[in-house]
Design a protein around this ligand. Structure first.
Ligand SMILES: [Zn+2]
Length: 227
């Protein structure tokens, strides 16, 4: 059994979620108010049998790891490590792939913070003009790549140039490395486990191309994922 399967099997999803959401028995499972959207209904259901949760209001759902990632804003690896420690499951050392996912998670947080910063105003205005409000930004992890061209590079430099380049987050130009995404609204591209494997950026300044994607990387091959 993989360590992931072991965690999924051992975790008490009702206990985990009830640390954050007041749950009441309902049918075969439990229900409560969704922590991810304003919810008076309540429309958030947890199935101990399937070990899954789902919100019929906002459509969010997933397993215990996905819940923890979302509510605590953790990367997949961080959530996995936290649950593993609680459940006494021993994890193998984080491999290359996990490290790259970790960096993408850090990049996503960087873009999100930038969207909510004064610099992100044009991006917020753009999203609002498309009818996409803060709830949607949060749900899909939308962000903003600042216009300086070096912002992400300097924020994530501790991860090392070569991995940032491998992920297509930075590119080498005539004057050294710079951010791939500059003055763009950022849409994370996620895999089936909710992990961010790539990014798409929509130009705000009229710069071409209008939509710029991550290149093929060890985590992402174009055409193999839908988002
Ligand atoms: Zn919801």
């Amino acid at each position: 059994m993989s360590e992931l399967d072991e965690i999924r099997e051992k975790v008490d999803i009702v206990e985990l979620i009830s640390r954050y959401v007041a749950l009441k028995p309902s049918g075969k499972g439990y229900k409560g108010r969704c922590p991810f959207h304003p919810d008076d209904t309540p429309s958030f259901y947890v199935s101990p049998e399937k070990k899954l949760w789902h919100c019929f209001g906002c459509g969010a759902g997933g397993d215990a790891i996905g819940f923890l990632m979302r509510i605590e804003r953790l990367s997949f690896r961080e959530a996995l490590e936290r649950l593993a420690a609680e459940l006494g499951v021993e994890l193998r050392r984080s491999g290359e792939r996990e490290k790259l996912l970790e960096i993408n998670a850090a990049a996503e947080r960087f873009f999100r913070d930038a969207l909510n910063s004064p610099e992100g105003k044009s991006a917020r205005d753009y999203l609002l003009s498309r009818g996409l409000g803060p709830e949607v930004w949060d749900r899909y992890g939308l962000g903003y790549a600042p216009p300086s061209g070096k912002a992400l590079l300097s924020a994530l430099s501790r991860w090392g140039i070569s991995d940032l380049e491998k992920l297509g987050l930075i590119v080498k130009g005539e004057r050294g490395y710079r951010d791939r995404f500059v003055d763009r609204v950022i849409f994370p591209i996620r895999d089936e486990l909710g992990r961010t494997v790539a990014f798409a950026g929509r130009s705000l300044s009229g710069a071409e191309p209008k939509y710029l994607n991550s290149p093929n990387t060890p985590l992402f091959e174009k055409g193999t994922l839908l988002y």
